[in-house]
Design a protein around this ligand. Sequence first.
Ligand code: NAI
Ligand code: MG
Length: 336
Amino acid sequence: MITNNTICLLPGDGIGLEVIPIAETIIDVLDIELSTKTYPIGWECFQNTGKALPQNTLDAISKTGIALFGATSSPKAFVQGYTSPIIDLRQKLDLYANLRPSKSLPIPSSMPNVDLVVVRENTEGLYIRKEYWKNKTTAIAERQISFHKCEQIAKIAAKLAKQRKGHLTIGHKSNVLSLSDGFFLETVTNTVKNYAPELIINDQLIDSLAHDLIIKPDTYDVIVTPNMYGDIISDVTSALTGGLGIAPSANIGDQCVIYEPVHGSAPNISGKNIANPTATILSISMMFKDLGLHLAANQLDKALYSTLQEGIGTPDIGGNSTTSKMIDAIMEKIKH
Ligand code: NAI
Ligand code: MG
């Protein structure tokens, strides 16, 4: 039975199948009144059923309004009938903001003093996927920046900055794309000034922002960008604090939220029991906080941090533990 206390689990492909079931263990060990139900999605699902995002899966998420997505594999070249289901979910459910926090972790590969959030517009930009051939040797991709989406993303970024350090950076490329990125910059700036005049607002060209994020990440708080820039710089910010294996996210809409580790299906390590569960655990912790389950979120964060502090981690962060060993260690800490 689906209720509002049911979290839809969408493991997908590859390591998604290894990290998403952790949610059931965590809910069980923390003894929280949430249930889960698992739904098919992704490339294997497409190969079996002809659909990467079955209607039943979409209906279930719409109904409960909350899901945890793993990752799906997407072919590099065009395949008739296949589109990336997470991009479809973001657009169909109007999950207009993608929040990707990056915070220092107690592991050797993490820089100290990083505590920032990339707020990426999640439904338009170049990812509207309007691509076509102009002629046989020239491919075109259209890019969409709309007032409504700029306003929505500006408000969510401003709200977050208000709760945090009060500093907002708008990443753009309006020196080249003066019409579309110029419109993004102007609309986001005006909206934030009206909505939260107390915030410090800066804007920065996205290439220079990528550079400074590596040189002086501690100077940033909330960063808001159009879709593809945010996709790219949030992989950069994940690298600052330990890489893709530790980076969580939330896809936010007015009716639905889908929590998601930033990484993909990682075919190079899937099936080996070495996928880092940290990105998923931190995504689950974000979910608990949004559901008002602060005690559970804190218990989970604390157990994760002390496990990492003890040097228990998967190979991507320099450890020699398996996925299951790391989860067992975290669960043991919660139990005691
Ligand atoms: P990826 O994120 O799957 O892997 C990139 C690198 O990071 C690999 O070396 C991988 O081993 C490592 N890595 C990722 N997550 C890890 C974890 N939890 N623990 C340890 N190491 C981890 O990105 P890649 O290789 O570009 O794409 C692989 C597939 O995933 C492709 O089919 C791609 O389309 C898909 N993908 C799906 C996404 C999604 O569903 N949201 C996002 C990104 C990629
Ligand atoms: Mg990405």
